[in-house]
Write a protein that binds this ligand. Structure first.
Ligand code: C5P
Length: 232
């Protein structure tokens, strides 16, 4: 699995997104399109960014009954993205249905990865709101195991959990990790953060970086710094 830096395109319009991407004249970063941009601009923005030559992680985090997820994934498979995701909490039956729906007639499909517990969920909230009383890292590893058993390619998790996920699910099981900050940068609302270099050391396959690049004075330089630290 090739290590790469994925830029989170957390913008609310096509204009802002394309103005940001226009700054990259020499490289074509792997980008993440999340709910904000997708709900603002619809599938057309995915096609437009794909046509510009970027790899795309479509981060829509599906979670519904298996039949609905299967049919929705079949629609998304037509967008020709490289990676997409769902919530492992939807159960193995939902993940298996998703995989079926996402697989194209020729047998190919984007990488399908599962969100374990969101990095914004604390142990306390998980116990009080979700009535899950196991340690958070055990829950993350269990969800990762379920995703692997359902045939998924990997999980979204904290970089701090990536090493354990590989131990439990194998070196080829992909870990995609947000919550990355430069050692001298602002943390913002992320709680459990690591630097790109540390994420590399722990074994993340892909880091997802938003504000440290999108809000930087020189986004291209910030992106290159991430690549230099993480990919080397
Ligand atoms: O700006 P920042 O680097 O914090 O952006 C991180 C990106 O990763 C955001 O798009 C956020 O929605 C996403 N994400 C996350 N934690 C998760 C899953 C996705 O921060 N558990």
């Amino acid at each position: 699995m090739g290590k790469d830096v994925i830029i989170a395109l957390d913008f609310d319009s096509k204009e802002k997104t394309l103005a940001f991407l226009d700054r990259f004249t020499e490289e074509k970063p792997f980008v993440k399109i999340g709910m904000e941009l997708y709900y603002a601009e619809g599938p057309a923005i995915v096609r437009e960014i794909k046509a510009r030559g970027h790899k795309i992680f479509l981060d829509l985090k599906l979670h519904d009954i298996p039949n609905t997820v299967r049919k929705s994934m079949a629609v998304l498979s037509g967008l020709d993205v490289d990676m997409t995701n769902l919530h492992a909490a939807g159960t193995k039956a939902m993940m298996e249905a998703a995989l079926e729906g996402l697989t194209r007639p020729d047998g190919t499909r984007p990488l399908l990865i599962a969100v374990t517990q969101l990095t914004s969920t604390s142990q306390e909230r998980m116990e009080s709101d979700l009535l899950i009383e196991k340690p958070l890292d055990e829950v993350v590893l269990h969800y990762a195991r379920c995703a692997a058993e359902a045939g998924l390619a990997g999980v979204v998790c904290s970089p701090l959990e990536a090493g354990k996920v590989h131990e439990r699910c194998g070196a080829d099981f992909v870990t995609v990790t947000p919550g990355v900050r430069f050692a001298d940068g602002e943390v913002g609302d992320q709680v459990r953060v690591t630097t790109p270099a540390k994420a590399k050391e722990i074994g993340s396959d892909y880091i997802v970086v938003g504000r440290p690049v999108t809000q930087a004075e020189d986004p291209v330089a910030a992106y290159r710094r991430c690549v230099a630290e993480f990919v080397g």
